[in-house]
Structure formats: structure tokens, C-alpha cells
Design a protein around this ligand. Structure first.
Ligand code: ATP
Ligand code: MG
Length: 422
């Protein structure tokens, strides 16, 4: 039997309703903040990610699905959303639209990762990007929106950590200090870290190797090197979050895994699972890096697979339920089939979830199926019902029955506003 590729998942019908719930809720929240959905290609030119994400990152060096297409182009399955969204922003002249531009997406991503809990090779992200504001208020809005997303999913175990990783100006001084620190033990670092030492020493702080992590203990922190502008920006972000009552911790070790970040970076971490559910930050240099005008921007991405895991833990009581069949129309005999199909069509057009027999089964097995489907109401259509235009509707929860007119509007009315018998 052919099996799915390692690191991919089948999300089955018994699960999809949770995903739909999360996606719908996210869309609602995004819309309340004025974000509009954008959809970009699953694959892009490899160069986009090399330039955008950065060619010394794990994502680009180790995790990309890259191949040559039949036309000899180097193509990569998107490992993240921001680079593609920014490319689309530039390519479609969105900079001439009223600023800021607020975008959201829900898309699968592809990374050749070591598969483990919460880490897949195909995974889904829901994210937002705000392009065109350099004010700290944009940071506050994005963080507020992310935190509303987490709160509305009722997952109390998730905490917000923030940091600032400065701009190229403060980073120059910081990198000198960092190289001095790392340089003392460079021989002991892993090979990847060694190759990053000259080009991008900050990346070494994000290394997942145990030995490198140990060596990184006590490294200088960038917060101590922020220039005045970055420092004021960060102070403003923090004080506004305080005013809004949004709880956070400063974590000076957050450097994030993608090179485009500047200034504010943040992560929402699940304490019990130990992984990051949502992460983001400012990326003031990316639009220009990808060929646009210098344009500040900030965004985040939530790992939907991880979110669903945590969400399930805290929402066992099924706040979110699968939709139940409103009505099952059982049929006896040929004439009732015509009638049932027409009635089902009418009721579905009225917005009800209706099922009827399409396997030509016996009445008994139709009713058994209806029961297994968790049907709310059932009617049985025979010759008499059709002739007299009167039918008994049964409420499956308690077996209660009512005699009603056999008419779509009447049935809809009853289902919507069923009152218990006096
Ligand atoms: P990590 O440090 O966990 O590898 P990252 O820094 O690579 O995360 P981002 O690129 O910022 O993560 O992606 C944002 C979010 O997407 C992560 O916080 C996580 O929730 C989710 N995510 C990233 N990689 C994966 C993956 N391989 N499988 C499932 N979810 C993922
Ligand atoms: Mg990663």
C-alpha cells in the first residue's frame, strides 16, 4: 500500500470541523482589525526565499523543498508565508494603495524537518502582515490581534514573550561584541555555527544543538546594544501593551529563525507543550531587500497544527461541535423517493442540513443510519403522508412526535422553533 510521505498528515472528516472552526474564528478576528485575505503560490522562485528568509538560516540551508522544473527553473515549495506575500505586494503595485496594507493568509508550508511532536514537513500556518507603518502602534496592534487570537481559543497555558533585536545600526555594534564572545570557543561549536560566524553570528544564538546552546550561555544580549530609536520604539511598545493589559515577559534570548526580522520580535509559547504556537516580528528591511521601496512592516504566523493540539486540550467539553443533521427524510416506496428528493432540495435551499436515502435501503436500515448520524429530526414518507400532506416529525433526542403539514416552510419552522409539548 502506498503511504503518505513522512511528515505529512491526513486531516480526516472527523477532525476537519475543528480546523474550520479555528480558520473561521481567525478570519473573523482579522476582519475586525481590517485585514484582508491574500492567496499566493505554493511554489516560488528559490531566489525569493534565499534573499527574503536569508541564506544562512536553517530554513534555507537545510529545510527547503527545492527542485528544478521542466523548464530548468529553480523552484521551492514555500517554507513560510511572508516572503511570498511581500513579493506579491511589490509585484502588484500595492504600495500605491492607501497605507498601511493589512493582509492575512491561511496556507500550508513545506519544510524538510526532523519530524517530531508539533513538527511536520507539511504544516499549516495562519498569519498576518501589516505593511507600511513604522510606528510602535503597528507593533501593538499586531501583538494585540495575535493575543486576541490565542485568548479567543481559550488556551490559558500560552504565554507571550517579546524582545527587540534592533536594526542594522545597533546590530553592527552588537555583532562585534557577540563575535568576541563566540570567537573564544568557536572551535567547540557545530559546523553550521562555524560557517555562520563571519556572515551572521546572531544565527548562532538560534542553534538547536545542545552543545552550542550551552556555549551560548552568558552571551551578550542585544537589548544592551539598542540604538536610541530602537530603544524608544521598544519602550513605547511595552508601555502601550501595559496600558492595554496585555501580559508579556521579556525574553532577551529570542532571535527568531528568519533573517528578515528587525526591532520587535515575539513568540506565544505553550508552557505545557514547550513549543511556540505563534511567532512574529517587525521586518523593516524586507520590502526593499526584495526590490521594493524601503517600507516598514510587521507580521506573525501561527502554527495551526500546534494550535489545534493545544486547543483540544483545553476545549474537551466540545465548545466546538460537528454540525448535526437537522432532518432525515426516510422513504417507503418509489413515489415517496421523488417527493423526498424534491423536499430535501427545498429544505437545503432554505439552509437546513438534510439527508435522505440514496442507497435504496429498507426503512429499517434508513432509520438505523439516521440514528447513527446523530440526526435531530426524522420524518417517514409513505403513500398516506404524500396523499394527505400531513406527516409526523420525530425529535430523536427524546422520541417526541408532532403531526405537521408536509411542507418545506412548515418543517423548517418546526425544526427552528420546536417547543416541548405542554
Ligand atoms: P521553531 O523554532 O519551532 O522551529 P520557527 O522559528 O521555525 O519555529 P516560524 O518560521 O516563525 O517558526 O513559524 C511560525 C510558527 O509556525 C511556529 O511558531 C510554529 O508554531 C509553526 N511551525 C514552524 N515550523 C513548523 C513545523 N515544521 N511543523 C508545524 N508547525 C511549525
Ligand atoms: Mg524551525
Amino acid at each position: 500500500m502506498i503511504q503518505k510521505p513522512k511528515g505529512t498528515r491526513d486531516i480526516l472528516p472527523s477532525e476537519t470541523f475543528k480546523w474550520q472552526y479555528v480558520e473561521k474564528k481567525a478570519q473573523e478576528i482579522f476582519e475586525n482589525y481590517g485585514y484582508k485575505q491574500i492567496r499566493v503560490p505554493v511554489f516560488e522562485s528559490t531566489e525569493l526565499f534565499e534573499r527574503g528568509v536569508g541564506d544562512t538560516t536553517d530554513v534555507v540551508q537545510k529545510e527547503m523543498y527545492t527542485f528544478e522544473d521542466k523548464g530548468g527553473r529553480s523552484i521551492t515549495l514555500r517554507p513560510e508565508g511572508t516572503a511570498g506575500v511581500v513579493r506579491a505586494y511589490i509585484e502588484n503595485g500595492m504600495s500605491s494603495l492607501p497605507s498601511p496594507i493589512k493582509l492575512w493568509y491561511a496556507m500550508p508550508m513545506y519544510r524538510y524537518e526532523n519530524v517530531q511532536k508539533g513538527r511536520f514537513r507539511e504544516f499549516r500556518q495562519i498569519g498576518a502582515e501589516m505593511i507600511g507603518s513604522q510606528s510602535y502602534l503597528a507593533d501593538v496592534e499586531i501583538i494585540t490581534m495575535a493575543s486576541q487570537l490565542i485568548n479567543d481559543f481559550n488556551i490559558p497555558d500560552v504565554e507571550l514573550n517579546i524582545n527587540s533585536i534592533g536594526c542594522p545600526v545597533c546590530r553592527a555594534k552588537y555583532q562585534t561584541a557577540l563575535k568576541e564572545f563566540i570567537g573564544k570557543n568557536l572551535e567547540e561549536y557545530c559546523n553550521t555555527c562555524k560557517t555562520r560566524f563571519e556572515k551572521n553570528p546572531m544565527r548562532i544564538l538560534d542553534c538547536k544543538e545542545k552543545r552550542c546552546k550551552e556555549l551560548n550561555q552568558g552571551a551578550p544580549v542585544i537589548l544592551d546594544f539598542l540604538c536610541e530609536e530602537c530603544s524608544t520604539h521598544f519602550e513605547n511598545v511595552k508601555s502601550m501593551l501595559n496600558k492595554l493589559g496585555i501580559k508579556y515577559k521579556i525574553d532577551s534570548s529570542i532571535v527568531r529563525g528568519l533573517d528578515y526580522y528587525t526591532k520587535t520580535v515575539f513568540e506565544f509559547i505553550s508552557k505545557t507543550e514547550g513549543y511556540t504556537v505563534l511567532a512574529g516580528g517587525r521586518y523593516d528591511g524586507l520590502v526593499q531587500e526584495l526590490g521594493g521601496q524601503p517600507t516598514p512592516a510587521i507580521g506573525f504566523a501561527m502554527g495551526e497544527d500546534r494550535l489545534i493540539d493545544v486547543f483540544e486540550k483545553y476545549n474537551r467539553e466540545n465548545r466546538v461541535r460537528e454540525r448535526k443533521t437537522d432532518l432525515y427524510i426516510a422513504t417507503i416506496g418509489e413515489e415517496s423517493i421523488d417527493f423526498a428528493l424534491k423536499l430535501a432540495l427545498e429544505l437545503r435551499q432554505l439552509g437546513l442540513y438534510v439527508e435522505t436515502d440514496i442507497c435504496q435501503r429498507s426503512l429499517k436500515s434508513q432509520l438505523k443510519y439516521a440514528d447513527k448520524q446523530n440526526t435531530r429530526y426524522t420524518i417517514v414518507l409513505g403513500e398516506d403522508e404524500i396523499k394527505n400532506k400531513i406527516v409526523k416529525i420525530k425529535r430523536m433526542r427524546n422520541g417526541e412526535e408532532k403531526e405537521i403539514k408536509l411542507d418545506a416552510n412548515e418543517i423548517r419552522q418546526i425544526i427552528r422553533y420546536w417547543r416541548p409539548r405542554q
